[in-house]
Write a protein that binds this ligand. Structure first.
Ligand code: RB5
Length: 148
């Protein structure tokens, strides 16, 4: 698995935590910034990650900002992206099993680095269940094909 990781200025500490997790799990990754001391715009980080995941250059993306909301809104604009904003471990597992999410968003002003690490670990290691969920995810893909 290859993972692209990025944050804005509001998510730098959790991004560092996620990078240490990826190294521990021996998962290949690219750190796509930000290299920021001052404030930056989250779409400038969410869209490149989401575009590369949608293009198949990476299997998954992990995005962190202050709330995770801006990153998730931006990522979900990219065709083929199913980004989940997650702040609890139950949802981390459910969104992989049910939604086959390919991008995870989290907010550093919402949760601490320890919980973010656990969420990311579950999200990275949980398999999609397919079956009835595939019908539902398929309906989203069909909509994208016809409308976007
Ligand atoms: C930046 O101040 C903040 O708006 C951003 O990190 C994020 O929370 C946006 O959704």
């Amino acid at each position: 698995m290859k993972v692209a990781v990025a944050s804005d200025h509001g998510g730098i500490n959790i991004r560092k935590e996620i990078i240490s997790l990826l190294e521990e799990l021996n998962i290949e990754y690219e750190d796509m910034g930000c290299e920021c001391e001052t404030s930056v715009d989250y779409p400038d980080y969410a869209l490149p990650v989401a575009t590369k995941v949608a293009a198949g250059e990476f299997d998954r993306g992990i995005l962190i900002c202050g709330t995770g909301i801006g990153m998730s809104i931006a990522a979900n604009k990219v065709k083929g992206i199913r980004c989940a904003l997650v702040h609890d471990m139950f949802s981390a597992q459910a969104t992989r099993e049910h939604n086959d999410t390919n991008v995870l968003a989290m907010g550093e002003r919402v949760i601490g680095p320890g919980l973010a690490r656990e969420i990311a670990k579950i999200w990275l290691t949980t398999e999609y269940q397919g079956g009835r969920h595939a019908t539902r995810v398929g309906k989203i893909s069909e909509y994208e094909k016809e409308n976007l």
